[in-house]
Design a protein around this ligand. Structure first.
Ligand code: ADP
Ligand code: MG
Length: 694
């Protein structure tokens, strides 16, 4: 790997030294490169900075001036106020910070400060800043500020003015060194419509306009997405290309009769996705595909055809579900459809009896069983297949990446893998998170689905809600009532839910059967509660969040969510998906205080039943940060510059380029790719290790 000046420890830059280097390390800055990539968190346009002479009482203003005098003034009530008189070419104003006398130690006479706040009348004009930036200390000439004032992420030990001074001393040099990291040729920059790295960084540190800073950000966002996709493209290649897969033979001897037996015809979306799956399965390249589809979009039907393609070519297929009930439900419905085709379906779960288990294992080993449905019991060592050709993983977010891998990484078999998920995350996010997988999306529901009616109700309407539930039970239907349970207040929440259950049972539904399910119950207990509801023995199911994913109780027509404002939108959408599965009109009632701003957010759910739209809104509200939380290693967020929603086209471009590069030079060994290779190492050391399994 070639050495770049950018690899120098930050300590050796001008004005840093060992003590400040420690402080920098605490900001995550160790090398000259880290400092160069320490990008302002805020830009103030000079046009939004008002001349001090023009500030008027009542204005909310941003002003920039030099501190002429300052001091702490006590008031009669014992409050201490820090005041500073600041001046620019147009005039002077007093800035006052009640209750912050300690600022006297931070702000020095002669400092240039940037303040934002309301202008009040108090012995003349006075600005009370809610934001403060010390732009420079004493007589520092601030060569960084043109028309835009930049504010860096700072710390107690490295305040703004220190950072600005250090950038003032080093930025020219750092920007020259930036060319060392340029991995795109002039031609490539042009086709991608991106600026060279050094220019992008100049724009970010010393923008002439805010738009320039944005163009600079876009370049760094591309880089981030490109390297993320590169890691995933390598992982994808390792899974799919290096180890040859099975070229399944399509004979139609099962697929055709299935089309005839099925009580419906496939939707356009299902047919398209199926073509993608068939093409993967029939090629000798190993399939590694994620199938995304909203609840009820018909993923299981797609999986069924895929499994029959494997079986008609004399391979075995396995369907893995996250819970026993779900596995059983799958087995029952598959048997119903497949028995006329003379395809046996065996079931393997943790509670299979010993003789059952022995028989199933023998049938899988001998190859007499072609299709197996099960839970994670399927990935145990003792489960041996003769010719496992396809693994379908249902509701993948319930399984860890490890478990998914474990099923795929048997030394003897290289089955194709289809992972199904009902969490309708936006396509771009799926690409960013699962760039190692190919993506298929079921973007339409089967026809004739009656959309769930969703309303927001205030708690004082509870009696009406109960009346409505009584009415639905009277018509032979069932209802869910869900209470929130969050980690921070788990005990209190659980108590509240249990109390409510007692109250509902005793006072509200004395003549009906009410069940209770929550995470603290044992697996068997949960199972029996769910089974009672599934079988129609209970009318109302009180639950804390964990209503089994994907469970089908066609008869349930009401979903009430208490304290709906405490749930995420996507979570609420999933809960809503538990009803509306039969033919009858279904209702989702979100109970939330109307005054609460959070309930404004819930409106999205009353306006759309499209899970992707809900997910998009959710992502916009919550921000992308915590979405990467689980995948994150080390302190740096995976994406600092890229915005998954806004930068979707950049992401598509980055994925295309990354995959093309890996296809042409898988291990990045050619000389022209050495900069890319070095950067990849630097950026994703942890991730490379994570993906290097097997
Ligand atoms: P998912 O697993 O995506 O939540 P399912 O595969 O369980 O959805 O399908 C939901 C329901 O829709 C099932 O009852 C299934 O029989 C039915 N279904 C699936 N595809 C179609 C279709 N093309 N036309 C009509 N009904 C369908
Ligand atoms: Mg399903």
């Amino acid at each position: 790997m070639s050495y770049s000046q950018l690899d120098r420890p930050v300590q050796f830059l001008k004005g840093v030294g060992p003590k400040r280097a420690d402080a920098f390390a605490r900001l995550g800055i160790c090398s000259a490169r880290d400092l160069l990539y320490h990008i302002p968190r805020r830009y103030d346009d000079a046009s939004t900075v008002q001349p001090i002479g023009e500030l008027e009482v009542g204005m909310d203003a941003t002003a920039l001036g030099q501190v002429r005098s300052k001091g702490v003034i006590p008031t009669r009530k014992g409050l201490r106020i820090f005041q500073a008189v600041i001046e620019d070419d147009s005039g002077m104003i007093t800035a006052a910070w009640p209750g912050q006398p300690w600022l006297d130690r931070k702000i020095h006479q002669g400092d240039t400060i940037l303040v934002t706040g309301r202008v009040k009348f108090f012995h003349g004009r006075q600005i009370q800043p809610r934001e403060l930036t010390i732009i420079s200390r004493g007589g520092d000439i601030d060569k960084n500020s043109g028309h835009i004032y930049v504010t860096y992420p700072a710390s107690e030990e490295l305040p703004q003015w220190v950072l600005r001074r250090i950038f003032g001393q080093n930025l020219d040099e750092l920007l020259e060194w930036a060319d060392d990291d340029e991995y795109l040729t002039i031609g490539e920059l042009r086709t991608r419509e991106l600026p060279p790295l050094s220019r992008a960084l100049t724009w970010l540190h010393r923008p002439e306009t805010i738009a320039e800073a944005e163009r600079g950000r876009r370049r760094l966002a591309y880089d981030e997405l490109f390297f993320l996709q590169l890691v995933q493209a390598q992982a994808r290649r390792r899974v799919a290309d290096l180890e040859p897969g099975i070229a399944h033979q399509r004979t139609n001897k099962l697929i055709r009769p299935l089309h005839e037996k099925l009580p419906f015809t496939l939707t356009g979306a299902q047919a398209r996705v199926l073509r993608e799956v068939y093409a993967d399965m029939q090629s000798s390249r190993r399939m590694s595909r994620l199938l995304q589809g909203d609840v009820g979009s018909g993923k299981t039907a797609v999986a069924l055809f895929a499994m029959l393609l494997a079986v008609e070519g004399d391979y075995q297929a396995a369907l893995m579900a996250p819970t026993e009930i779900l596995a059983e439900q799958h087995a029952i419905s598959l048997r119903e459809i497949l028995s006329p085709l003379l395809v046996d379906v065996v079931l393997l779960t943790g509670s299979s009896s010993a003789p059952e288990r022995r028989a199933t294992l023998a049938a899988l080993k001998s190859g007499s069983a072609k299709l197996v449905v099960g839970t994670h019991a399927l990935i145990e060592e003792s489960v041996v297949f003769t010719a496992l050709g396809l693994v379908v993983v249902d509701e993948q977010h319930r399984f860890g990446v490890r478990q998914r891998m474990a099923l795929m990484e048997r030394d003897d078999v290289r089955p194709d893998v289809l992972v199904m998920s009902a969490t309708p995350i936006p396509r771009s996010l799926a690409m960013a998170l699962h760039g190692d997988l190919d993506l298929s999306v079921l973007d339409a529901l089967p026809p004739g689905r009656v959309p769930v009616r969703t309303v927001i109700q205030t708690p004082d309407h509870r009696e009406e809600i109960y009346k409505f539930i009584h009415q639905q039970i009277g018509e032979g239907h069932q209802a869910y009532i869900v209470y929130p349970l969050v980690a921070e207040s788990e005990k209190v929440d659980l108590l509240a839910a249990t109390d409510e259950y007692e109250r509902l049972r005793r006072d509200v539904f004395p003549n009906h059967q009410v069940g209770l399910i929550h995470g603290q119950l044992s697996g068997t207990k949960k199972d029996s509660v769910m089974r009672a509801f599934l079988g129609g023995e209970t009318d109302v199911l009180v639950a804390t969040t964990v209503i089994e994913v994907g469970i089908d109780v066609g008869n349930a027509t009401v979903m009430v969510v208490e304290h709906a404002e405490r749930f995420g939108l996507s979570q609420l959408h999933q809960l809503r998906g538990r009803v509306g599965r039969g033919g009858a009109e279904s209702h989702c009632i979100l109970v939330a205080e109307s005054r609460d701003e959070a309930s404004e957010r819930l409106r999205v759910l009353t306006e759309t039943t499209d899970g992707f739209e809900v997910a998009r809104a959710d992502l916009q509200i919550r921000g992308q940060g915590d979405l990467f939380g689980r995948e994150q290693h080390g302190r740096d967020p995976v994406l600092r510059f890229a915005d998954i929603i806004a930068d979707e086209e950049l992401l598509v471009e980055a994925q295309k380029e990354a995959r093309a590069l890996i296809a042409s030079d898988p291990e990045l060994t050619s000389t022209e790719h050495q900069i890319i290779r070095a950067q990849l190492q630097g950026r994703y050391r942890d991730r490379l290790e994570m993906y290097a399994v097997g």
